[in-house]
Design a protein around this ligand. Structure first.
Ligand SMILES: NCCC[C@H](NC(=O)CCC(=O)O)C(=O)O
Ligand SMILES: NC(=O)OP(=O)(O)O
Length: 325
């Protein structure tokens, strides 16, 4: 694995999930693997889980960890090419990445969608600069259109919670929110579910269909009750409109997941990537109820990160020209 920015960087998903579950049995089984190497975790946006699970995973492997909470701690970054930097921005992203190349053997970055310019977001205007200028492997900690470490943790969690000898029905359901939220988690979960041995459907109100480039042939049902019938897993997530980009549209029905709605399912396990707005996206009774596997899902973020870092370290150990300048 040279970089990790989507499911397409993985050769064999089932094998990666199995490896992650092995790591979970013994997270400190290889504490020297990353010895002498440095990972830089660069956050251009807020984080709790990704920040802490990535640091834990890296430390479990003996990696030296540098964390840069860029929005709070670094210079104000310029992202556009050719700008005459006479305004507020102090350092160009290109220069920042070139400097990170000098300190890091792996660069991991969080760069959310700006939610202002659809084209910039769809084209991953920030992640693409990292992929272009980094001379070391790049890992996405959530980009404009995807959240692959989250999705891998989701796959691990579904695998752990499924023992029946049939495909589970997995439903991704849209949930209400008060502000424009990116489609990254929904897109990414969709892409990974398409690679899993599950019956996968998406339900969202009209006007909230995700980008067709991600949903492809996955059924999209606009009636939530119908979609929830016989579900074994329900993944709750808000996103803003993709077609009417970054708009929060008016929705008539109540889409919040409650116990009443959960009763339509096959005793479904409930998932959410967190952070969650309680009693808006899902009710307290669901969040705190027996069907929630949300904290287990959050725990699995450590093992999704650790298996990915481990695969990247294997790649770095292969005989090759030094990756560092
Ligand atoms: N990293 C996990 C989710 C991050 C982000 N949530 C948020 O921005 C929530 C913000 C709020 O609730 O105000 C998202 O959904 O893409
Ligand atoms: N689920 C997730 O990525 O959480 P954070 O945004 O807190 O990292």
């Amino acid at each position: 694995m040279k970089n990790f920015t989507s499911v397409y960087d993985i050769d064999n998903l089932q094998k990666i999930i199995a490896k992650a579950l092995k790591i979970k049995e013994n997270p400190l089984g290889n504490t020297t693997k990353g010895k002498g190497k440095t990972i830089g975790l660069v956050f251009l946006n807020s984080s709790l889980r990704t920040r802490l699970s990535s640091q834990t995973a890296a430390q479990n492997l003996g990696l030296n960890v540098l964390v840069l909470n860029a929005a709070q701690e670094a210079w104000n970054m310029e992202f556009a090419d050719g700008t005459v930097m006479k305004g507020d921005t102090v350092e160009h992203i290109k220069d920042a990445i070139e400097v990170l190349n000098q300190y890091c053997d792996i660069i991991a970055v969080r760069c959310f969608a700006g939610m202002k310019n659809k084209e910039d977001d769809v084209n991953e205007s920030i992640l693409s600069q990292f992929l272009k200028h980094a001379k070391v492997p790049v890992i996405s900690l959530e980009s404009a259109t995807r959240h692959p470490l989250q999705s891998l943790a989701d796959c691990i969690t579904i695998t752990e919670n499924w023992t029946e000898n049939r495909k589970p029905k997995v439903v991704l359901t849209w949930a209400p929110h008060i502000k424009p939220i990116a489609q990254a988690v929904g897109n990414s979960f969709t892409e990974w579910m398409q690679q899993m041995d599950v019956d996968f459907v998406i339900t969202n109100p009209k006007g909230y269909d995700l980008d067709k480039n991600f949903t492809k042939d996955t059924p999209v049902i606009h009636n939530q009750d119908e979609a929830l019938k016989n579900a074994d897993f329900v993944y709750v997530k808000n996103w803003s409109s993709f077609d009417d980009y970054a708009k929060v549209l008016e929705v008539e029905d109540d889409w919040m997941l409650t116990n009443e709605k959960l009763a339509l399912t096959n005793q479904a396990k409930v998932m959410h990537c967190l952070p969650v707005r309680r009693n808006l996206e899902l009710s307290d009774e669901v969040m705190d109820g027996d069907n929630s596997i949300i904290y287990q899902q959050a725990k699995n973020r450590i093992f999704s990160a650790q298996v990915v870092f481990s695969e990247i370290l294997d790649e770095l150990d292969k005989p090759q020209k030094s990756q560092k300048k």
